[in-house]
Write a protein that binds this ligand. Structure first.
Ligand SMILES: C[S@@+](CC[C@H](N)C(=O)[O-])C[C@H]1O[C@@H](n2cnc3c(N)ncnc32)[C@H](O)[C@@H]1O
Length: 283
């Protein structure tokens, strides 16, 4: 039996299993043996923040107050790694191919809907908003264009809503886009940038657990489901793919992360680019 320990804390197998089950039930995230070190690091922070002595004490709190602790603990355990224009080929595809096509395809409805379904701290929906603004700015006053950005983690959503980042986070964003869509901070904030309203006004941020009901109507023209399903087990993934499919407009796109695939569900989509999947038009 492997136990992870440091001077002050020991994570025994019983507590580790309890944590794994709790996180699976609350967020669908599978934490196997390979994640033990990561769980240990994040739990150590939680135990310190809660001014406790042991992991066992924190597990006891989770057992006695599972609902009350849920948001805090799930926020602490999720992996929120992201960046502006992560997997840039998706944004290139949208700008050069998909968005010009959508201008034609949706010219009667004048309606466009995009969903960043695990938006983390906001870099993904802001990259999408900037790309959409570049393509649609000339029709924005008459078209109804909206981006929905959701995540289970209320802390990262608050960061996303604020839209304030360390300047180095946008170092790789082309200069002309930095100028058009970001404001530089001054004084104490000189190392910060803020996304300006041009991009921000397109986005609505909402807390949403992908495992729960999706209260929005759709249909969406493009859905980003990137670097999140990797944390779920196969049955959860397949269930989600079915729901994404239902939420997409005919001909709509589903974007996955670099190490993700549709598995059995691939047969219902056309693979039109690297981790870019199109729902057929004739459905
Ligand atoms: C690694 S980040 C990916 C961010 C972004 N999509 C990207 O590719 O850069 C994964 C995000 O999924 C969110 N997440 C994990 N489980 C979730 C769930 N059950 N429902 C909604 N979001 C979830 C996490 O909070 C985290 O912000």
């Amino acid at each position: 039996m492997i136990e992870v320990r440091d001077r002050s804390h020991t994570l025994n197998s019983r507590d580790f299993k309890f944590i794994c089950d709790y996180v699976y039930d609350a967020a669908g995230i599978v934490l196997g043996e390979a994640k033990r070190e990561m769980v240990y690091r994040r739990l150590t922070r939680v135990v310190r923040e809660r001014k406790l002595e042991t992991f066992a004490e924190y597990c006891q709190i989770l057992r006695s107050n599972p609902e009350g602790e849920k948001t805090y603990f799930i926020n602490a355990i999720t992996t929120n790694l992201t960046s502006f224009y992560r997997e840039k080929h998706h944004f290139d595809y949208l700008l050069s191919k998909e968005f010009p096509t959508l201008l034609q395809k949706n010219k009667d409805s004048k309606r466009l809907r995009f969903w960043s379904s695990a938006s983390s701290t906001g870099e993904e929906p802001y990259s999408l908003a900037i790309t959409a603004h570049q393509a649609f700015k000339h029709v924005l006053s008459v078209w109804d264009v909206k981006i929905l950005a959701t995540d289970i983690d209320s802390n990262v959503l608050a960061h996303a809503k604020a839209g304030i980042y360390d300047s180095q986070r946008i170092e790789d964003v082309p200069q002309h886009l930095q100028k058009a869509y970001f404001q530089k901070g001054a004084g104490a904030n000189q190392n910060k940038v803020k996304v300006n309203d041009t991009a921000k006004s397109l986005i609505t941020f909402k807390e949403l657990n992908l495992l729960h009901d999706w209260p929005m109507n759709g249909p969406f023209d493009v859905i980003f489901c990137r670097n999140v399903i990797i944390y779920f087990d196969k049955p959860t993934q397949q269930d989600l793919f079915e729901r994404y499919y239902e939420m997409l407009a005919p001909g709509g796109l589903l974007m996955l992360g670099h190490s993700e695939n549709l598995g059995q569900f691939q047969q219902y989509f056309e693979n039109v680019g690297r981790t870019i999947f199109r729902k057929p038009f004739d459905t």
